[in-house]
Design a protein around this ligand. Structure first.
Ligand code: ZN
Length: 489
């Protein structure tokens, strides 16, 4: 066992340093004084170098070769470490350095181009990012599909072809549902100012209602909400908007879903490769099921309505039924991150198809904006008015994160499957939710998904929890049933 023990001791220190690097990032978005930007960039760079140096340490290869592995947990640890080591070793150091430098520049250029509404200013650097990522993918993939090599970083085991088949099945029913809904009169919208202190107080109450443990976490404000950290220190952020308290409440519930996944992993896996969420898709399934299938359900909305009346008095919505419609209002919009449950996945599918075409070379970077605008008009029925509402809206491509987008929709598909099983396992769920009580539901998710951390492969986690191979069917059935109820379509 000596080699395995040495490997795990080394890995534990790498995991601890990874947590430190993550906390630097958290600090930058929440607490860091404005004047510290340049120094922080250098601190990040130093941490990245230390971590990279550890990931390519040749002793890892020797320990892996000599490790005597017995049992499920040790096998899973070795699987994670081997995958990461082999992948890292396949990418030449010069290419990795060039990618880091180019994406950091591309991010700045993208931010400026977006504020100037100037696509042309972004395209040259985007071309370079695409080139470098294709080079990296080819180095990792060998003879396999390069897009799959990128995808594998976020969703081990997923393939572009399998996702494309699933997404092609989603798209027509989502387009049809969206069109039918928008033909009907919309539910009422909020039309009041909601004070910040009241929003933050209720947001904390919601985090508690969904089981977020603040003795091992904290909630702060950030421009873009996120969750950060694993194990005993898992932090979330939220934001407020004076006229849109739902933004605060549902951002909080979403991040609590991510954070609870991390907090509920078996403590024996702390600071090991099993001690974090297994993939972006499974992670997103937890945030989305907390946010949508539970948090935007009719029963829970009934409870939330009472909480909002207590916090803000009469806020212009007459009853629980009107409030449920108000929370689940579907309206036209350009922006993915602001999209409702019905339209969100259409935004993601558009990006997935375009980035796959960019990586395969079927789409040239110069034609990206036109391709985006055509596809948007086809699915959403109206034209993109400016680049910041279209091809420049998301940060991902500037950072070279090709293969990331599809995990958002995969998360929703997984959430659909888990929700179907959860309903079967917790028959009194709506009675619970109507009292703001989520522990039976979140307990089921903890037991069947969250506690395993990285023990099983992503697809296996969902298949074990639900008893079947995940498909898009349950998500579509859920969306059609829910929104036909609200809109009478
Ligand atoms: Zn998320």
């Amino acid at each position: 066992m000596a080699a395995y023990d040495d490997l795990m001791a080394f890995q534990r220190e790498t995991e601890a340093l990874g947590q430190v690097a993550g906390r630097l990032g958290w600090d930058q978005e929440t607490m860091m004084p404005e004047g510290a930007t340049e120094q922080r960039a250098e601190e990040h760079g130093a941490m990245a170098n230390v971590l990279h140096g550890r990931r390519v340490d040749p002793r890892i290869g020797e320990w892996l070769a000599a490790a005597d592995v017995t049992g499920e947990v040790a096998a899973a640890n070795v699987r994670h470490i081997r995958r990461s080591y082999e992948r890292t070793m396949k990418v030449p150091a010069a290419l990795a350095a060039e990618l880091a430098k180019t994406t950091s520049r591309a991010h700045r250029i993208w931010a400026q181009a977006r504020s100037d509404e100037d696509v042309a200013a972004f395209l040259p650097i985007l071309k370079r990012v695409v080139e470098l990522r294709r080079e990296e993918a080819a180095a990792v993939a060998g003879d396999a599909d390069p897009y799959d090599a990128l995808l594998d970083d976020y969703e081990p085991g997923a393939t572009g072809a399998a996702l494309a088949a699933m997404f092609d099945a989603l798209r027509p029913r989502l387009v049809a549902l969206r069109a039918a809904i928008l033909d009907k009169p919309a539910p009422m919208a909020l039309d009041r100012v909601f004070d910040e202190a009241g929003q933050l107080a209720l947001s904390s109450k919601l985090a508690e209602a969904f089981g977020y443990d603040v003795t091992n976490g904290r909630i702060d404000k950030a421009v873009h909400p996120f969750s950060s950290g694993s194990g005993l220190d898992v932090r979330i952020t939220t934001r407020t908007a004076a006229r849109d308290p739902f933004n605060c409440f549902y951002s909080t519930i979403h991040e609590v879903g991510h954070a609870c996944y991390e907090q509920n992993i078996d403590r024996d896996y702390l600071l090991t490769p099993l001690g974090a969420g297994v993939s972006m898709g499974v992670h997103e399934s937890q945030s989305r099921i907390y946010e949508n299938q539970l948090g935007r359900s009719e029963a829970f909305c009934g409870w939330l309505y009472g909480q909002m009346r207590d916090a803000f008095g009469d806020f212009g919505v007459p009853d629980e039924a009107a409030f449920y419609g108000c929370v689940n209002r579907v309206s036209d919009g350009f922006i993915r991150t602001e999209a409702d449950e019905v339209q969100y996945n259409l935004h993601v599918l558009l990006r997935f198809d375009l980035e796959r075409a960019l990586m395969s070379g079927d789409l040239a970077v110069d034609d990206l904006e036109a391709a985006w605008n055509d596809r948007f008009a086809a699915d959403f029925g109206f034209a993109v008015d400016k680049p910041s509402n279209g091809v420049l809206q998301d940060v991902h491509w500037s950072e070279g994160l090709f293969g990331y987008f599809p995990t958002y929709t995969l998360g929703n598909v997984y959430a659909g499957c888990l929700h179907e099983s959860l309903r079967g396992a917790v028959p009194g769920l709506d009675d619970d939710l109507a009292r703001g009580e989520t522990s039976a539901a979140t307990g089921w998710l903890r037991e069947n998904v969250q506690r395993h951390g990285g023990l099983y492969e992503p697809l296996d986690v969902i298949a074990r929890a639900t008893g079947q191979v995940p498909t898009e069917g349950p998500l579509l059935d859920y969306l059609e049933a829910k929104f036909s109820g609200i809109y009478g379509v």
